[in-house]
Write a protein that binds this ligand. Structure first.
Ligand SMILES: Nc1nc2c(c(=O)[nH]1)N(C=O)[C@@H](CNc1ccc(C(=O)N[C@@H](CCC(=O)O)C(=O)O)cc1)CN2
Ligand SMILES: Nc1ncnc2c1ncn2[C@@H]1O[C@H](COP(=O)(O)OP(=O)(O)OP(=O)(O)O)[C@@H](O)[C@H]1O
Length: 207
């Protein structure tokens, strides 16, 4: 043989990477997950962008995700309001596969969506325009040090935030991805629709 340079190692397909990262996240154990969520919330509340935010989108944790709900008590004391993602009901383009954000007050009744994730219900729910949010805390499956995000694969946040790609100078909403450190990848090859986050916070670091 000799003289033939080896092919670069082939990356496993994205879906396999997603599965592996989700399994790693679920395997953490309740105690570790609780501790890491608490440590992460302590980091978040120290960030000026977070302290100043008035309209904040969180998410309801599922599948071993970091629990961001600990932000509510300290930030409500500063006058913040909170919103949760709701799957857009339209089955047609262009809004299909996008998210709405509905006001959520602690203790309010929620109903599971088609993925089993609780969301605000009812005609009375108050929706907010994405551009009026100061801050979105995004769940993620994987991230890299460049702050690219790998999600569940539905493209929901990418579609919802697509307007930001067209208006890169818009400062709102600020986008913070939150994750366990074990969800970091060496490099995520960004696809054309991927949105780069403004920050990624883990239990031990800020990217
Ligand atoms: N907590 C949380 N809420 C969120 C998101 C999220 O990632 N985390 N989303 C972020 O986008 C949106 C929901 N996106 C999701 C996309 C796929 C699956 C999921 O479990 N898919 C299954 C298979 C699909 C099916 O059941 O039909 C899977 O991959 O196992 C869940 C949520 C909005 N709300
Ligand atoms: N702005 C957009 N407009 C139309 N389709 C989009 C847009 N963004 C993403 N998509 C579609 O969504 C699909 C899933 O995208 P991707 O794999 O990046 O999801 P994800 O970021 O991992 O998931 P999520 O945001 O739901 O957590 C892609 O195949 C892509 O075609």
């Amino acid at each position: 043989m000799g003289g033939v340079s080896p092919l670069p190692p082939r990356r496993p397909p994205l879906n396999r990477i997603r599965q592996q990262l989700r399994a790693a996240r679920r395997a953490l154990g309740e105690r570790a997950k609780r501790q890491q969520s608490k440590a992460l919330v302590r980091r978040l509340v120290r960030l000026l962008r977070v302290k100043r935010a008035r309209q904040i989108a969180l998410y309801w944790p599922a599948d071993g995700e970091i629990d961001p709900r600990g932000l509510m008590t300290p930030l409500a004391a500063r006058g913040a309001r909170f919103y949760l993602p709701v799957l857009h009901p339209l089955k047609r383009r262009p809004r299909q596969g996008a998210l709405w954000f509905a006001r959520y007050r602690a203790g309010e009744r929620l109903r599971p969506n088609r993925f089993g994730i609780p969301e605000p219900t009812g005609r009375g729910r108050h929706l907010i325009r994405v551009r009026c949010l100061d801050l979105i805390i995004l769940p993620l499956v994987g991230f890299d040090a460049q702050r690219y995000r790998l999600g569940m694969g539905g493209g929901f946040y990418d579609r919802t935030l697509a307007l930001r790609r067209r208006h890169p100078s818009w400062r709102r909403p600020w986008l913070i991805g939150v994750a366990h450190e074990c969800q970091r990848l060496d490099r995520i090859e960004p696809r054309p629709w991927d949105i780069r986050l403004d920050a990624v916070v883990t239990e031990s670091r800020l990217y």
